[in-house]
Design a protein around this ligand. Structure first.
Ligand code: KIV
Length: 310
């Protein structure tokens, strides 16, 4: 099956078909989500928080995005893979934005990039799309600006802020973006933006009226223990399942019920019998002190002897 294209995502809006999207950061997760039929996967800079444990997305580098995007691209055949431009990769100039995006496209080969901002980044969005790089916009709460915003807060609540958001989305559409993420905006504002916009809106914390929905995969799978954002729902408790599996493993290793013969390799019995007949090389070389022999027997493993001098 061929990969989903940005044009097909636009057609989904035209047909009134909902557009589900999740983040992915690694090969096995990408394989599972691709097989589940996700048309779009985002290698978000949220990886800084849910994979690397940073308090914000700000420390994420272009190198990290490339590293994770390569894994997600390798793990997918069908999904349109979008790589996030991290903080610092596009704030300086359009030229710098182009350099970051070209590097990501060449080295990781996603099918599109995403960047935060509205009118402020419209010139860069235009340059990227004209250079052949599909772009997804991102407005509302833009987590890379968390220090200016003063927290992960709902955006667009006042008339001025709501108008600014409508203008931002119009500017991104005009610049050639094929879709736009609306993060943490009131549901009725997201509905209005969706009605007015010719490109699909992909909500997160933006209510039920967007054309699509994106969530951080760790949030919906119960894999991020630090906190659960209000806008998410846990569709599974994989964190609990992982802890229980790890506890079962620890218990079985301690009780010697894992591994068993079933997880072991076999060899010719005559070979091992012949080896057993011989006196071990280490005990021939050893001084023969009773302590060292007892130690080796008790543990079933004789630690290497540290020479006293060279
Ligand atoms: O980085 C990310 O995961 C995102 C989504 C939350 C839209 O930007």
């Amino acid at each position: 099956m061929a990969r989903v294209t940005p044009d097909q995502i636009r057609q989904m809006k035209a047909r009134g078909e909902r557009i589900p999207m999740l983040t992915a950061y690694d090969y096995p997760t990408a394989q599972i989500l691709d097989a589940a039929g996700l048309p779009m996967l985002l290698v978000g800079d949220s990886l800084g928080m849910v994979i690397l444990g940073h308090p914000t997305t700000l420390p994420v580098t272009v190198d990290a995005i490339i590293h994770h995007t390569q894994a997600v691209v390798r793990g997918t055949e069908h999904a349109l893979v979008i790589a996030d431009l991290p903080f610092g990769a596009f704030q300086v100039s359009t030229e710098e934005t182009m350099r970051s995006a070209v590097r990501i496209m060449k080295e990781a080969q996603p099918q599109a990039v995403k960047l935060e901002g509205g009118r402020r980044v419209a010139a860069s969005v235009k340059a990227l799309t004209e250079a052949g790089i599909p772009v997804m916009g991102h407005v509302g709460l833009t987590p890379q600006s968390v220090n200016v915003i003063g927290g992960f807060k709902v955006q667009g609540k006042t008339e001025a802020a709501a108008r600014a958001l409508l203008d931002d989305v119009a500017a991104l559409e005009e610049a050639g973006a094929f879709a736009v993420v609306l993060e943490l905006v009131p549901a009725e504002l997201a509905r209005l933006v969706t009605e007015r916009s010719g490109i699909p809106t992909i909500g997160i914390g933006a209510g039920p009226y967007c054309d699509g929905e994106v969530q951080v995969v760790h949030d919906i799978l119960g894999l991020f223990p630090d906190f659960t954002p209000r806008h998410t729902r846990r569709f599974a408790e994989l964190g609990v399942a992982m802890r229980e599996a790890a506890q079962a493993y620890v218990a079985e290793v301690r009780e010697r019920t894992f591994p068993t013969e079933a997880q072991s390799a076999k060899m010719d019995a005559t070979v091992i019998a012949a080896l057993r007949e011989e006196q071990p090389q280490s005990s021939i070389q050893a001084s023969g002190s009773p302590e060292s022999q007892a130690e080796g027997q008790a543990d079933g493993y004789a630690p290497p002897k540290v020479p006293k001098s060279r």
